[in-house]
Write a protein that binds this ligand. Structure first.
Ligand code: UT7
Length: 330
């Protein structure tokens, strides 16, 4: 029995924040942002929209496209670093309530930008073991609530959005998730961190005054490790599966910075036309980045049944993951 990515869906909030909007609130320019990151605009969720609202809308689309009834879904996992609630209930449970799924195992995974590929690995294992048949995966972020809009080194990078997928059992290897490699190294934890609100720096007036609830990043250091790790990860997964980069139909990297994607693409010699770029219009949507990019490729007609996708992601922790996935959708 194999696990197959049978469908994909996404949701992006209506509000667009452009680089010119940032020129009005911080010392920056559209030119600097475009040149250093490739980002032109990003989506920002409405004040009354939560991460679970975005996730539920993406999930509905993925369920519709999978052509299954929601009663057939036997597990729900949400990857997010911006959950509705810090401790409980999980965003996955809230999404289940919003889309009318109950009495199934539902939980969140915290692996920052690598979250979606991490939960893909979990789903693959549950399906291959025969424990579950149809699993709903969601990567959803309202990351704008974690961004300090006075910190020009981070605020221009992130955006809100959600992506979702249905992973189902199949006997057909031509539509299977072939391999996933996921890993982490906690020695880099301080380079990309939200220091506040947890047990280390619990909620307090002091914590808020010091803005510890927001994302802090040593951008340049993260950049260097990201390029090195993303490149090595792809080399390893291709080698382990004896697959040449020319066998890949579509390369879907994490969308954090165009320069990172271009550096990895150049080192691996991937053609531009086989690579998906969404960072320009969505910025970095963390755990939602990969499923949103798969969805864009699908909606643009760039993905057909059996196509070999290479996913590659990197994020806070540090965490990283890559996957070789034959598209199982129609
Ligand atoms: O998703 C998880 C992974 N995350 C990432 O992979 C993000 C990785 N990091 C990056 O994408 C880049 O490091 C940034 C885009 C965040 C920054 O680009 P950089 O080329 O690494 O710039 P830098 O941090 O080395 O800063 C260069 C200069 C500094 O000025 P000085 O010290 O040279 O005078 C910054 O203060 O650029 C300045 N700067 C800005 N200038 C205008 C930083 N942010 C801005 C800004 N507008 N928004």
């Amino acid at each position: 029995m194999y696990a197959s990515l049978k469908s994909i869906g996404s949701y992006v909030p209506e509000k667009i924040m452009t680089n010119h909007d940032f020129e009005k609130i911080i010392d920056t320019s559209d030119e600097w942002i475009q040149k250093r990151t490739g980002i032109a605009e990003r989506r920002i969720a409405a004040e009354d929209q939560t991460t679970s609202d975005l996730g539920a809308l993406a999930a509905k689309k993925a369920i519709e496209r999978a052509d299954i009834d929601k009663s057939e879904i036997d597990m729900v996992i949400c990857a997010t670093l911006s959950p509705d609630y810090l401790c409980m209930p999980s965003t996955a449970c809230v999404i289940c309530e919003k889309i009318g799924i109950s009495n199934v195992m539902a939980f969140d995974v915290s692996a920052a930008c690598s979250g979606f590929v991490y939960i893909l690995q979990i789903a693959k294992s549950f399906i291959e073991s025969g424990t579950k048949k149809n699993i709903l995966l969601i990567g959803a972020e309202k990351i704008s609530t974690l961004v300090d809009y006075t910190d020009r080194g981070t605020c221009i990078l992130f955006g809100d959005g959600a992506g979702a997928a249905i992973i189902s059992a199949t006997e057909d290897k031509n539509e299977a998730i072939l391999d996933i490699h996921a890993s982490a190294d906690g020695t880099y934890a301080d380079l990309l961190i939200t220091p506040g609100c947890g047990t280390k720096n619990p909620c307090s007036h002091d914590m808020v005054d010091n803005k510890l609830q927001y994302i802090k990043m040593s951008g340049n250091e993260v950049f260097k490790v990201a390029v090195k790790t993303l490149t090595q990860d792809v080399v390893d997964i291709l080698e382990n599966n004896q697959i040449q980069s020319s066998d890949i139909d579509i390369f879907i990297p994490h969308q954090a910075n165009l320069r990172i994607i271009e550096a990895v693409r150049a080192k691996l010699n991937f053609p531009k036309e086989k690579t998906v770029f969404t960072v320009g219009k969505y910025g970095n949507t963390s755990a939602a980045s990969i499923p949103m990019a798969i969805n864009d490729a699908y909606e643009e007609g760039r993905l057909k049944h059996g196509d070999l996708m290479l996913l590659d992601t990197f994020g806070g922790g540090f965490t990283w993951a890559s996957a070789l996935v034959r598209f199982g959708g129609k």
